[in-house]
Design a protein around this ligand. Structure first.
Ligand SMILES: Nc1ncnc2c1ncn2[C@@H]1O[C@H](COP(=O)(O)OP(=O)(O)OP(=O)(O)O)[C@@H](O)[C@H]1O
Ligand SMILES: [Mg+2]
Length: 228
C-alpha cells in the first residue's frame, strides 16, 4: 500500500515531527500503519517505547542502508500505509525511498537554507523519474510556521515555490508545543492532556488537516477501513 517518504537533506527541517503526526493521525482513523525509522536519531523508535502507541501502528528500525528496500517492500504488503522517516542528509536510503515512494513529502521551514535542501530533493526526484521512467508524486510542506505572524523569509520561500510551480501543501505544520511533547511523553496529539499543554485542539486540527491532504494527494477518497 502507499509509501510516503519524508526527505530533506537539511537537518532539522521537521521531517521526523511531520512523519509522526501523519502516522498517528492515520492510525487514529483506524488504518494499519508502519513507520520505517531510517533516521539515525531513531526518534520514532524512541517514541514507540513510550506509553500510548496505537496498536495499529508499528515502527521498524532501519540502521543499515541495504536493509531499507526489503523493509519498505515487506511493510507495503502488510500495512495500509508505510511512512519512511529519513536522515537529514542525501544518502542512498533517500534515493531508494524516493524511488519506491507513492508520495515524497519535503518538509521545509520558511528559510533559505531549508529551501536549498528542498531543491536538492527535487533534483533527486527528477533523476529518479528519469532512471525509473515514472512520474513521482511529491509536495513541499512548510513546517514550524508561526500561528501569529508570517516572516519575510517564509513569504520569500512561498513566492519562490509558487513561481517555479513546485507543489506545496496548503496545510503548513504550525509550531506547537504539543508536537514536541509527543517525543517526551509518547502517544498521539488527541491523547494529550489539554490541561498540561496549550492549544491541543488546534494542534490536533492541524495534524488532521495535514493527514487529510496527504490522502487527497494519494487520491484516497474512500473512508478508511478499520483494522480488526
Ligand atoms: N511543528 C513543530 N512544532 C514544534 N516543534 C517542532 C515542530 N517541527 C519540528 N519541531 C522541533 O524542531 C526540531 C527538529 O525537528 P525534527 O526532528 O522533526 O526535524 P528533522 O528534519 O527530522 O531533523 P533531522 O534532519 O535531524 O532528522 C526538533 O527539536 C523538533 O521538536
Ligand atoms: Mg529526523
Amino acid at each position: 500500500m502507499p509509501v510516503i517518504a519524508f526527505a530533506n537533506p537539511k537537518g532539522g527541517s521537521g521531517k521526523t515531527t511531520a512523519a509522526l503526526l501523519l502516522a498517528t493521525e492515520l492510525a487514529a482513523k483506524g488504518a494499519a500503519v508502519t513507520v520505517i525509522d531510517a533516521d539515525p536519531e531513531q526518534w520514532i523508535v524512541r517514541w514507540a517505547g513510550l506509553p500510548g502507541k496505537p496498536d495499529n501502528l508499528d515502527v521498524v528500525s532501519i540502521r543499515e542502508e541495504d536493509a531499507l528496500v526489503d523493509a519498505i517492500e515487506a511493510a507495503a504488503s502488510a500495512s495500509q500505509f508505510v511512512i519512511v522517516d529519513l536522515e537529514g542528509t542525501a544518502n542512498m536510503m533517500v534515493t531508494d525511498s524516493i524511488g519506491m515512494a507513492d508520495l515524497v513529502v519535503i518538509p521545509l521551514q520558511g528559510s533559505a537554507m531549508d529551501a536549498v535542501g528542498g531543491g536538492k530533493v527535487l533534483k533527486l526526484i527528477r533523476n529518479q523519474e528519469r532512471t525509473t521512467k515514472r512520474t513521482i508524486n511529491y509536495a513541499m510542506l512548510l513546517t514550524r510556521t508561526s500561528a501569529a505572524v508570517t516572516s519575510r523569509a517564509l513569504r520569500d520561500v512561498v513566492e519562490q515555490l509558487r513561481s517555479s510551480k513546485v507543489p506545496l501543501f496548503a496545510t503548513p505544520i504550525v509550531e506547537r508545543a504539543a508536537y514536541r511533547d509527543l517525543f517526551s511523553y509518547g502517544g498521539t496529539v488527541g491523547g494529550l492532556d489539554p490541561a498540561s499543554v496549550s492549544n491541543v485542539d488546534k494542534a490536533l486540527q492541524n495534524a488532521q488537516e495535514f493527514a487529510g491532504e496527504v490522502l487527497t494527494r494519494l487520491n484516497i477518497t474512500k473512508p478508511m477501513r478499520k483494522v480488526a
